[in-house]
Design a protein around this ligand. Structure first.
Ligand SMILES: Cc1cc2nc3c(=O)[nH]c(=O)nc-3n(C[C@H](O)[C@H](O)[C@H](O)COP(=O)(O)O)c2cc1C
Length: 221
């Protein structure tokens, strides 16, 4: 698989098989991704990988919090508001996903079931947490973003599916306790890894993109 093929085949996997992910495979993915660039080679990422019984307990605790309506409290605050043209893209994604899954957007129970999948970590056997020191600037978050995409592409090459999700990190206190992440590290993002369950319709959905013509402006070329 070449890079373009990996870019095209990666998608946010929202249903994983329970099949475990071998430690050697996780290590091979992280070895490859560890070539990600960063500002002055600062390599600000601290990476925690959770699986097995420890992840199961965390999964149950996060799901319980969600069911009880405990508000999220991510270390990196979520945007409370988007400008209208960005909001339209979020709405369009939600509408496309609902349509693909045959779910009525007014069906609250169906929406709750979908939301719960996030808090079950999509059934993934492994979650990777990308963290960095709290004192660093948004430039380092930028570096973690490159690490995240590198992990997802290296995973893709090895037939391993991924889901990057804010919802994986909304209960940092629970994660810190389960995964032993020190207080001075901010938990920036979570990546679920594992083998995609392609029998689940959720995984057939492919999101659209703005066209390159719309996104890119050339000057002098
Ligand atoms: C920073 C970030 C946070 C995300 N959080 C969530 C999330 O909480 N739940 C979810 O289902 N998808 C989440 N996604 C996945 C996006 O919805 C997805 O990347 C986007 O719709 C494009 O679809 P694709 O990844 O399948 O190409 C997140 C993606 C990023 C980059």
């Amino acid at each position: 698989m070449n890079v373009t093929e990996a870019l095209n085949s990666r998608f946010t996997c929202r249903a994983f098989k329970s099949q475990p992910l071998e430690k050697d495979t996780i290590l091979a993915i992280l070895e490859a991704a560890n070539r990600a660039p960063s500002w002055a080679n600062t390599q600000p990422w601290e990476i925690f990988v959770a699986g097995g019984e420890d992840l199961e307990s965390l999964r149950q605790a996060c799901l319980e919090n969600f069911r009880q309506g405990v508000p999220g409290n991510s270390d990196l605050p979520r945007a409370e508001e988007w400008p209208p043209h960005i909001t339209r893209r979020v709405q369009s994604l939600m509408a496309d996903r609902s349509q693909a899954l045959g779910i009525d957007r007014a069906d609250k129970a169906a929406r709750k079931t979908l939301a719960e999948q996030n808090h079950r970590f999509f059934g993934a056997p492994v979650v990777v947490y990308l963290c960095m020191e709290r004192s660093l600037t948004p430039w380092s978050i930028h570096d973690l973003g490159m690490m995240a995409q590198s992990i997802m592409l290296a995973a893709e090459e090895r037939g391993v599916a991924s889901a990057i999700a804010y919802n994986l990190v909304i209960y940092p206190d629970l994660i810190r306790k389960a995964v032993d992440i020190p207080e001075d590290l901010a938990i920036i993002i979570g990546l679920a890894l594992g083998y995609a369950d392609m029998a689940i319709p959720q995984n057939d959905f492919r999101s659209s993109r703005r066209s390159v013509e719309e996104v890119v402006r050339f000057q002098g070329i």
